[in-house]
Write a protein that binds this ligand. Structure first.
Ligand SMILES: [Zn+2]
Length: 490
């Protein structure tokens, strides 16, 4: 290539990238106009999306096909749009408790419905691409908000045997389409960090390997280039929060096999974002990323992307915890020492898996300087001790409601005993824990795998308490918002 031609090529690539970024910002700023307002958190069900799919049938730009049923008889739909030569297939939520991208797909359907300021862009996409969607591959899992299908089988380990109707449907649709590009849309654990940074891996990507040797086939290389393109866009919004999923070959997984069978597969995993447990910001990032990716495929601009962008994405590491309390003084065996305390939550489904509460567990104690917390609180100068259980029992929930929590905390207690056989809740919104029917009084320790219940003092005065890992400022107890636990003493 002549020098002048090379400069021109770089210049054109630069202009295209600038245009792609401008488009992404426009998508970002106008997002609220297209956001599907009926989906507000992660625990929506099949019955919430069916009416939205029914509505699409009234719009002639969408083709809606029923492609099968889940084990429990829930319909699985293939929705398609456009009449371009290149085929793109997006499927979401093959793991029932990974719904972030499903919500984004409905935001995208709204984007494609009706007339708006993006009409030229949409026309460009739909004349160059035919786009296929399966939102919610695992509706029975979504119903229970669980990863696996109702047979307890992980669909993403069932592409070879196809013992589940859901995996069979996904494979049959894949075979019928032979798409050029595939988007395998998941959620990943909140404990992943972007490399060894203090940032959660909010969006992670992978161009899955087609074999144990991790061969760089043409479909895989195209997926890598496209991911590089998307990463350049997302760096505008979430720099330092993008990571790469483990590229170990999994012969039973869809993405790996679809790559082997010739489709350029992009795995997109929505992870964690501070202050966004319901992942509504990450849903918006999915929307921007996916529409930008469609643009890159339609224009072919992804092909100019250098592989170095993909190669330089930091790996998913596991340096995130839900809560870290730092630099606390602890006194034991007459010795004084400084500790950080790392705590993780488990989400426990309630109300037919439509809601949840959080159950804390101490993950680690000591020097946690290499870890980062979604809540990360420096408590240097404070002393920590286990929150105790008040020995005198109460006889009704009404009695508990009458407790003055500050008085309770000043006596060193964060747990109370309730002797009421009719009380069957698993958690409470009172700012202290309830131990049911405690004939022998359970006292918790500052110990890994124990719940996180502490009293925190400064020169003997109680300043904070930690109840089920939620920090309560004694001076501002009204601002408590969390859930305490109901422990069953066996
Ligand atoms: Zn998954």
């Amino acid at each position: 290539m002549k020098k002048s031609t090379l400069i021109l090529a770089i210049l054109i690539t630069g202009i295209i990238m600038a245009q792609e970024k401008e488009l992404a910002w426009n998508l970002y700023y106008s997002y609220e106009n297209f956001k599907e307002q009926s989906l507000t958190n992660r625990r929506f069900k099949h019955s919430d999306i069916v009416p939205l799919i029914e509505q699409l049938k009234n719009n002639k730009i969408f083709k809606v096909d029923k492609v099968g049923n889940s084990v429990e008889g829930r319909e699985i739909y293939l929705i398609s749009i456009g009449n371009g030569k290149k085929k793109v297939f997006l499927w979401s939520q093959m793991h029932g408790d990974e719904p972030t991208a499903t919500a984004s797909l409905f935001d995208m359907f709204n984007f494609f419905s009706g007339e708006n300021e993006f009409d030229d862009f949409k026309k460009f996409l739909l004349s160059n691409l035919t786009i296929y969607f399966i939102p919610m591959v695992n509706p029975d899992g979504a119903e229970q908000f669980q990863r696996r299908n109702i047979f307890e089988i992980d669909l993403n380990r069932d592409v070879l045997r196809q013992q589940t109707p859901e995996a069979k449907i996904l494979k049959e649709v894949f075979d019928s389409l032979k798409a050029d590009f595939g988007f395998n849309l998941h959620d990943q654990g909140r404990n992943y960090s972007a490399g060894n940074s203090i940032n959660p891996a909010s969006i992670s990507f992978l161009a899955p390997a087609p074999d144990y040797e991790k061969s760089l086939t043409q479909p895989r290389e195209n997926a890598m280039k496209l991911i590089g393109d998307i990463v350049n866009i997302l760096n505008e919004f979430i720099p330092g929060h993008i990571a790469k999923y483990s590229d170990d070959y999994e012969p039973r997984a869809f993405g790996d096999n679809f790559t082997k069978w010739g489709t350029s597969v992009v795995l997109l995993e929505s992870g964690g974002w501070r202050g966004d447990r319901e992942k509504q910001f990450l849903r918006k990032m999915n929307y921007v990323a996916l529409l930008s990716a469609l643009n890159g495929i339609a224009s072919g601009s992804f092909a100019n992307q250098d592989l170095s962008v993909y190669e330089s994405i930091p790996k998913n590491e596991e340096f995130m915890m839900d809560v870290i309390l730092r630099n606390l003084k602890e006194i034991r065996n007459g010795m004084e020492f400084t500790v950080d305390i790392g705590i993780n939550f488990e989400e426990i489904n309630t109300n037919g898996a439509k809601d949840f509460y959080l159950k804390s567990s101490i993950e680690d104690i000591g020097d946690l300087s290499v870890f980062s917390g979604y809540e990360d609180i420096d408590l240097a100068g404070f002393t920590i001790e286990p929150g105790k259980t008040k020995p005198e029992p109460f006889n009704s929930y009404n009695e508990l409601k009458a407790i003055n929590p500050v008085q309770l905390f000043n006596e060193g207690f964060v747990n109370v005993i309730l002797n009421d056989d009719n009380f069957n809740a698993d958690y409470s919104l009172l700012p202290f824990n309830i131990i049911l029917n405690g004939s022998n009084i359970k006292q918790y320790k500052i110990k890994t795998e124990e719940p996180a219940n502490f009293i925190i003092r400064k020169s003997d005065e109680v300043k904070f308490v930690v109840v089920n890992s939620f920090l309560i400022d004694i001076a501002d107890i009204g601002s408590w918002s969390g859930n305490s636990m109901v422990y069953r003493n066996k």
